[in-house]
Design a protein around this ligand. Structure first.
Ligand code: HMG
Length: 392
């Protein structure tokens, strides 16, 4: 460290993380039956068993605040000077989810707050931004929240790939979970594979194009990683992928194996898919839920290097790599995540459809029903502004 507090060379990455699930869950077998589809198309064809469904008093802010409050209850807030909120289903066109979470968590005014967007890629962009901040002043910590509610139209081919969830990550120097390498591979290309216009509450998507755009970003980011002198495929124990549906990770690993001539461990795909199979697509949070699942289900990762591939439609991709730290296993956190998924309250297809179509405008005051038992809830709209409260 220099006299001005700037870093010389420090290991930076994920100190701790926490996943928040929605209050409700829909069994995809029930959705398949209602849509006249073979359930195996969902469970085997796309690799999803359930999807998270938000209650009337939940949204990305309440999910993100709930994940962050549990995380900070463990880590404390010493050194925290930035909150970055990554989402593509934000609740306001101007005010960031970060500043609302900042208020809900009672953080001091000397903490900056901002929201980032580039489809599902914004979570990785927030992590890289956080690393840059910590690299300048290693005594600082950054709270990154990736939270999304994925919505497609009822009865569309995207419908079974909806979902909801949030992951909060604390980025710090000398991290306890994952030290992220300075070199990464990046890729950007302007593609209309998936987008959500300002006047639409559901995403528009060209499914086939989205899969080929994902592939181009994956291979482009991989090639850039190699050009930047990053690790080769033989140096990676496993790769975790953005998982809009878990079969996408299986396809991605096949594309990567064909491209590199290597063979990444297929068992790691299953380990990294345990939570995403039950959450559905959580957009910005999906990759980090995959990382949480890998850390919770793969033994012997301490000291091993892994890859993390983030894809955001539109399109941006990044292949990060990092070294899992010795002592990374957190059985208590893993049990809490399992319980959060198991304790979600099932909804019928009719109840899910009603929640899906329930949209609140800003032109009249509304109080939402008390449903969620998470630490924070969306209480309603007053004079056009969304209001959030602690549930306890
Ligand atoms: P689809 O047309 O409903 O399904 O669309 P399909 O006919 O392509 O079938 C899907 C798979 O199920 C196929 O397997 C079938 O063979 C299989 P594949 O050939 O791909 O290996 N299948 C069966 N398997 C077992 N038993 C059966 C059966 N029937 C069929 N009976 C699609 C699927 C994913 C395109 C659609 O759900 C969709 O459009 N989803 C949304 C877009 C998406 O998730 N794209 C992924 C890449 S883009 C991305 O990741 C970014 C994103 O997260 C957003 C962001 O960045 O913001 C989406």
């Amino acid at each position: 460290m220099t006299s001005t507090g700037e870093s010389t060379s420090t290991s930076i990455g994920i100190e701790d993380l926490e996943l928040a699930a929605s209050h409700h869950v829909l069994d995809l077998g029930a959705l398949a039956e209602a849509r006249g589809v073979d359930p195996a198309k969902y469970t085997r064809g796309i690799g999803l068993d359930e999807m998270g469904v938000v209650a009337a008093d939940e949204d990305v802010v309440s999910l993100g605040a709930s994940a962050a409050s549990r995380l900070l209850a463990r880590t404390g807030t010493e050194g925290l000077r930035t909150v970055l909120f990554a989402t593509e289903s934000g609740v306001d066109q101007s005010k960031s989810g970060a500043v609302i979470v900042h208020g809900l968590l009672g953080l001091p005014s000397s903490v900056r707050s901002v929201e980032l967007k580039q489809a599902c890629y914004a979570g990785a962009a927030a992590v890289q931004t956080a690393i840059g901040i910590v690299a300048r002043r290693p005594q600082e910590k950054v709270l990154v929240i990736a939270a999304d509610v994925a919505r497609y139209g009822l009865g569309t081919s995207g419908e079974p790939t909806q979902g909801a969830g949030a992951v909060a990550l604390l980025i710090a120097a000398d991290p306890a979970l994952l030290a992220i390498d300075p070199v990464s591979g990046v890729y950007s290309a302007d593609v209309d594979d998936f987008w959500r216009p300002n006047d639409s509450t559901t995403a528009l998507v060209n499914g086939r194009l989205s899969i080929s755009a994902y592939k181009n970003a994956l291979l482009g980011a991989w090639d850039d990683l190699q050009a930047q002198g990053g690790p080769g495929v033989d140096e990676l124990d496993a790769v975790v992928y953005h998982q809009p549906f878990t079969k996408m990770a299986v396809k991605a690993q096949r594309f990567l194996d064909q491209h590199t001539g290597g063979r990444l461990d297929p068992e790691a795909l299953e380990q990294g898919a345990v939570y995403d199979r039950r959450l559905g697509n959580t957009y910005t949070a999906s990759l980090w839920a995959g990382l949480a699942a890998l850390l919770d289900h793969r033994d012997g990762l301490g000291g091993r290097r892994i890859g993390l591939f983030s894809y955001g439609s539109g399109s941006a991709g990044e292949m990060l790599t990092g070294t899992v730290q010795p002592g990374y296993a957190r059985p208590e956190r893993a049990a809490a995540t399992r319980a959060a998924l198991d304790e979600r309250v099932p909804v019928t297809v009719a109840e899910y459809e009603e929640l899906h179509e329930r949209l609140l405008g800003s032109d009249e005051d509304v109080e939402t029903p008390r449903v969620t038992t998470a630490p924070f809830r969306f209480a309603g709209v007053q004079e056009g502004a969304r209001k959030y409260v602690a549930t306890a």
